[in-house]
Design a protein around this ligand. Structure first.
Ligand code: HEC
Length: 114
């Protein structure tokens, strides 16, 4: 067994490590850093991701309003909007991280092309 990355566990550890701070206004720079765990599904090519076992179709986030992104994540977290993948993601985000990510995607007009 050579390459066996466990991205969800890494993501959990990463998010837990930065879960200490108190919630304040969204910090786009912090959000850009935190978005590294979203980019695999929500990055270039119009939101298509092809390097997982399956091809996901994940919506474009760049340039959406901060309020919209935050509302979506709150809805996944609360169960008002049902999607198992995003429920798992939203459950491990702190309110601060949601604020940061929302601030970041709102000012990130260009899709990152990798
Ligand atoms: C494993 C793939 C994956 C990861 C990782 C992921 N997402 Fe998603 N995301 C999706 C999919 C698929 C959808 C569409 C779900 C649906 O139909 O409701 C989605 C939907 C969303 C939406 C709703 C967008 C809209 O216009 O309806 C937001 C906001 C979002 N994700 C934010 C994030 C953020 C922020 C992160 C990182 C913390 C993240 N996602 C990580 C796959 C992913």
């Amino acid at each position: 067994m050579k390459h066996h990355p466990i991205p969800v566990i890494l993501m959990t550890l990463f998010l837990a490590a930065s879960a200490q701070a108190q919630t304040s206004a969204g910090n786009a720079a912090a959000g850009k850093y935190e978005s590294s765990m979203c980019e695999g599904c929500h990055n270039a090519h119009g939101g298509f991701k092809t390097d997982f076992p399956e091809v996901y179709r994940a919506p474009k986030l760049n340039g959406q309003s901060a309020a919209y992104i935050a509302q979506c994540l709150d809805d996944y977290r609360s169960g008002a909007r049902r999607n198992p993948t995003m429920k798992a993601v939203a459950d491990i985000l702190t309110s601060q991280q949601i604020a940061n990510l929302s601030a970041y995607y709102a000012v990130s007009k260009n899709q990152s092309v990798k």
